[in-house]
Design a protein around this ligand. Sequence first.
Ligand code: ATP
Ligand code: MG
Length: 559
Amino acid sequence: MTQPVANDFIRDLIRRDNEQGTYAGRVQTRFPPEPNGYLHIGHAKAIAVSFGIAEDFDGLCNVRLDDTNPDTEETEFVDSIVADIEWLGYHPAALLHASDYFGQLYAWAERLVEEGLAYVDDQDTETISAQRGGFGKPGVDSPYRTRSAAENLDLLRRMKAGEFADGEKVLRAKIDMQHENMALRDPVMYRIRHSHHFRTGDEWRIYPTYDWAHGQSDAIEGVTHSLCTLEFDTHRPLYDWYLEHLPLPGDQPRQIEFARLELTHTVTSKRRLAKLVADGTVEGWDDPRMPTLRGLRRRGYPAAAIRAFCTEVGTTRTNSRQNIEALESYVRRELNATAQRRMAVLHPLRLVIDNWPTDASGAPVVEYFEVANNPENPADGTRQVAFSGELWIEADDFAEVPPPKFFRLTVGREVRLRGAYLVTATSVEKDADGAVTAVHATYDPATRGGDAPDGRKVKSTMHWVSAPHAIDITVALYERLFTAAVPGEATGEPLDDLNPGSRTVVTGHAESAVGDTAPGQVLQFERLGYYAADPTVPGLFHRTVGLRDEWAAIQKRQG
Ligand code: ATP
Ligand code: MG
């Protein structure tokens, strides 16, 4: 895949490293997800950054599962993460696991203990955390901080052997309990967990923390630039401290932080997304309203659009929230080029052409019109669309009493049925409540193809579906999952801003070719928007995005 070589502060740093020969010109990155959930649009940004940079510098990027917490991690998540990365269009040089290095990490921990740089603490988590202090609040040394190296080594080995219960002891680095950076106030390296690990089984009774595992795993793999999000900024001195105190197999990697990607009208925290699934607010992790890659994919978002969005919004050190309309604009641009056009009516109203001819046997004539599948791409060819005297039109394309500036169909007015004929409405049928149930019209046989020989103009062109030839489709229409641009801004709780009307399901009618749509394929329903065929349920479509470019309007407003 070729992408424009973006310019940003990370690429600038790497160019400087290369000029100075820091890593002998080598560039190696990694994407390190924890296999405790599904990837979301924020992860797509991190993936685009690490893979994109490796590509631009002819380097390589691995996926390393950060599987250091056996209680929350599962093979199912590993599989979905790997599949989602491939779907996005990135190919890891290797699939690695932090658990591959449990043995080496442990050996290094013993080494730090022997050097008096780590100790076993018998206090519980709450006490340790209280003693850590805070800004302007001094730390308190643990009473176990002065244990001898020999005693610490013995205790660490017994922790590893499973002699102690969960939470009974931890191993801590011995750095500085008064350090201005809290991360350096004797951080925990190992905690005891008698849990089954999905890869290492029951081999380990102690598990490394993120901080103890991360930089060391980077170093073992030969990572040069370890790219992560800004919240790890304050951990960088600790990342460096560990590496500086260990006999590394190669160069010392450097951590570089960039801003997280957030989107308006949605949340990306795994914990909050998990709650939406657990509460039944959405139907699952792949619900088309979810910002997960599975959800966006089912919604019909092309991988290429997500990649382009993540790349082109840029990489900075300032946290900001991107407009969801901007992402939609990339989706629309991609689909405009690739999606085949079809006609479908989602809020159907019957249109009866009273002067439509019958053939010799008395049956209504059927005509076929040849229509381009995608005017943007002639290679997509054409198809035949049936037309008859019984049609479905969109209910809001007709008004019995037209409001000002309503140029579509009303009794006495002529409009164009796209690509077919000019028709004039003559009367309506109503039910007992006075609601219009059908519109009667006449057509002008001289306007075949949609133009009048006398050159007379009509103000509007409408889509239609021939009723006897139509198939039924079920269409899920989506609105924003959260009403507020910044969910939770007012109350602190994002779930307070959930949009109760984020999904409406309607039954519509579509031209027969819609029946041949491949699972997952996205179509443009003319005048309505883009709609993705569900990957598993035949006849079910999800509204991907409408046709109107709201992003352009927002940019115009902002000058
Ligand atoms: P969450 O907070 O939702 O649980 P996480 O950061 O814990 O997400 P990980 O699996 O640990 O999820 O993340 C893997 C990588 O993806 C990390 O390097 C992390 O920095 C990055 N990442 C996660 N969320 C975002 C985001 N919103 N924008 C950019 N990068 C992200
Ligand atoms: Mg995490």
